[in-house]
Design a protein around this ligand. Sequence first.
Ligand SMILES: Nc1ncnc2c1ncn2[C@@H]1O[C@H](COP(=O)(O)OP(=O)(O)O)[C@@H](O)[C@H]1O
Ligand SMILES: [Mg+2]
Length: 284
Amino acid sequence: MNRIRIDRQPEVSRRKPTLLSILSGKGGVGKTVIAYNLAERTSALGLSTLLIDVDVTCGNLHILANVGTDVGLFEYLQGEKTLAESVITVSPKLSLLSSRGDMFELDEALSMKLITKLRNEAIAYDVIILDHPSGRSKATPILAYGSDLNLLTVIPELTSISDAYGLFRHLMAHDASLDCQLLINRAQDMEEADFLKKRFIAMCEQFASHTITCAGVLLEDKAIRRSVAAQRAASQINSQSKVVQSLTRLVRRLFSLPTEPKVRRATFPEQRINETVATADIRE
Ligand SMILES: Nc1ncnc2c1ncn2[C@@H]1O[C@H](COP(=O)(O)OP(=O)(O)O)[C@@H](O)[C@H]1O
Ligand SMILES: [Mg+2]
């Protein structure tokens, strides 16, 4: 097997954005909705975010974001347009570099070119999120090695677990120093997520001799399906939904953002007075 190497920190003095890849062994596990909603969360928390659809044949981030596709990744890679000319503004801090079913192949050379271009030209962004195609495309290892963090998405289904494990081994065989963490999606509850997490970690240690940690858990949530149907972010459908809260926590942890101050119990004088009265009432 050819070892593909890419310098994760090429000689770019102005290096800034954190490059995050969302990948999976099996399709339909939620990569695209996670990439979109994660990007919405990073941007909502003040990080200037570039979301890129590297699933060039089946790209559908533009559908989720409900934006046009006059320009995108193809024009950017061809050098026809600059990055600023190629992106579509989704919201003030969120830009999308889309693939609208572009019939070109993102091969090794183009993937390498993309990483190098981004490292040099996307310095205005704090975060870049790549939504990968499923499985082992030619682009997968190059883009994964070019990323600072890879989130391997898995759902509690045997085939998803098996394919995720296959992809993890494949990536580790190329470069064991790769930062790849598990992201559990569509778990029914934390018990199911915990069971999957422990099994997956044990499997990787026993058979692949590699340690993997778990970045986070997203539960099955109606807000996701409703948001896809409405072509909106889950936070716009239900900002209090479990999935939005989990994504917010994940972003805060990944980017070391301060946690939201806890809503303190009201300690207004009126309440103190009421409490005193209540206690007095009981004593009586
Ligand atoms: N946490 C979740 N809760 C409920 N439905 C989900 C969740 N994650 C994904 N889905 C559903 O799975 C579908 C497929 O997700 P998608 O992001 O297109 O997968 P992938 O990009 O991995 O092929 C979504 O349209 C959505 O309906
Ligand atoms: Mg997808």
